[in-house]
Design a protein around this ligand. Structure first.
Ligand SMILES: C[S@@+](CC[C@H](N)C(=O)[O-])C[C@H]1O[C@@H](n2cnc3c(N)ncnc32)[C@H](O)[C@@H]1O
Length: 206
């Protein structure tokens, strides 16, 4: 039987592996943050969906344009760690499909999280319907995708469910959920690495 992704990452939080994971994700996430800063001239509110130890929330809240930053993760150990390392962000421990913010936000970011869901479309739709303001931005980064063969064995290696989809399938889910201006690109691509597949999409103005 496959293990539960949240249990795996709780063990990583306990063993300190969350820090090396954050370090590995940093170059791609910094490219995603640059895209965010260029897309928003005015102040913005932000949620990191599957925030791990909170390092992205901590990073973005130091930007003068960020008015509010929230991290949500299903792992109590990750959230405990995030709260202990960051007194400026707000953190919630919950499954993403069961949580919604009191106030909708301008930006939802998520790095290396959505393919752990058996039905990623359900989470995307939930975020579109309940988390994002009109004109808001959803931006996700994933390293497990069709086109990155190095990642194909990860589900077996970690003994956890992962949904392996193509770039076109991710974009289709964004569009089906109602997002517009959908874009994709590879962040942190090198000669030795396919890089992180980044997908972004905007809410309609209403
Ligand atoms: C690969 S880690 C990425 C963490 C963080 N985004 C980062 O870049 O360091 C995936 C995270 O997603 C969380 N996660 C997985 N499934 C989840 C779910 N159903 N609801 C909430 N969080 C979940 C895990 O607990 C873990 O912290």
């Amino acid at each position: 039987m496959k293990l539960n992704a949240i249990d795996i990452f709780s063990n990583w939080a306990e063993s300190g592996k969350d820090d090396s994971m954050a370090k590995a994700h940093k170059p791609a996430v910094f490219e995603m943050l640059q895209f965010i800063y260029q897309s928003f001239n005015n102040s913005f509110s932000f949620i990191d969906a599957g925030c791990g130890n909170g390092w992205v929330v901590k990073e973005i809240i130091s930007n003068s344009k960020c008015s509010r930053a929230i991290g949500v993760d299903g792992s109590a150990k990750m959230i405990e760690k995030a709260k202990s390392q960051d007194s400026n962000g707000t953190y919630f421990c919950s499954d993403l499909v069961e949580w919604e913010p009191k106030k909708k936000v301008d930006i939802v970011h998520s790095m290396e999280v959505l393919y752990y869901f058996k039905k990623p479309y359900k989470v995307i739709k939930h975020i579109v319907e309940n988390w994002l303001k009109p004109s808001g931005l959803l931006i996700i980064g994933i390293d497990h995708y069709i086109g990155n063969p190095d990642s194909y064995s990860w589900s077996t290696d970690l003994n956890v469910h992962m949904t392996l989809l193509s770039e076109a399938e991710w974009i289709h889910m964004f569009e089906k959920a109602g997002l517009v201006d959908c874009n994709s690109w590879r962040a942190n691509q090198t000669n030795n690495s396919q890089g992180t597949l980044v997908i972004s999409g905007r809410m309609l103005k209403k």
